[in-house]
Design a binder for this molecule. Structure first.
Ligand SMILES: Nc1ncnc2c1ncn2[C@@H]1O[C@H](COP(=O)(O)OP(=O)(O)OP(=O)(O)O)[C@@H](O)[C@H]1O
Ligand SMILES: [Mg+2]
Length: 167
């Protein structure tokens, strides 16, 4: 059965803190698929993850280049498919090749990829709320992420420590 967890991200700082925490969970071969309306916070969450995975790098939205690669012991591939024109173009990006060896891949506008992403992945959806803040919907796909969800790794008390004073 598909599992879905929901988390309230009250501020930009909370989105970033969730991202920082997620960055500490990510391992070689992991894929994270982010969806959500324009400006819902996808890049903010990814830059939090980059703070953990590629400290010192300046995460930026790869909106104009589709893919940004951050080399390191665990390379990070950050793709933004907003401008993707076709599934062929996605194949041309060869995200899995870019992630070799042992990288992690985070994809914004993952819904543009159709079914072309690996089935074992963490799906994250950011939603606007009536008021400020966002709702995060977490859908673990595959055993690894379902186990992480079952172990409570996405619970607020697990990521709250990643808030910085300026958040
Ligand atoms: N939880 C939150 N509460 C309020 N504002 C937030 C929250 N998370 C992020 N934001 C703000 O939302 C705005 C857009 O964020 P961001 O660029 O990360 O969105 P995006 O989903 O990547 O947009 P795009 O669709 O253009 O790629 C930023 O101003 C950011 O500060
Ligand atoms: Mg973005």
């Amino acid at each position: 059965m598909d599992v879905e967890l929901r988390s309230l991200l009250r501020t930009e700082g909370e989105t970033r803190a969730f991202g920082r925490h997620l960055g500490t969970l990510l391992r070689s071969g992991d894929w994270v698929a982010l969806v959500g309306d324009l400006g819902s916070g996808k890049t903010t969450l990814v830059s939090g993850a980059l703070e953990s995975l590629a400290p010192g790098s300046r995460g930026r939205s790869p909106t104009y280049v589709l893919v940004e690669v951050y080399p390191g012991s665990t390379p990070v591939v950050h793709a933004d498919l907003y401008r993707l024109r076709s599934p062929e173009e996605l194949r041309g990006l060869a995200l899995d090749d870019l992630a070799e060896p042992g990288g992690v891949v985070l994809v914004e506008w993952a819904d543009r990829a159709g079914e072309d992403l690996p089935p074992d992945r963490l799906d994250l959806e950011l939603r606007y709320l009536e008021g400020p803040g966002r709702e995060l919907r977490i859908r673990p796909r595959g055993a690894r992420w379902r186990e992480a969800a079952r172990d409570g790794l996405f619970d607020r008390d697990r990521w709250q420590h990643a808030l910085h004073p300026r958040d």
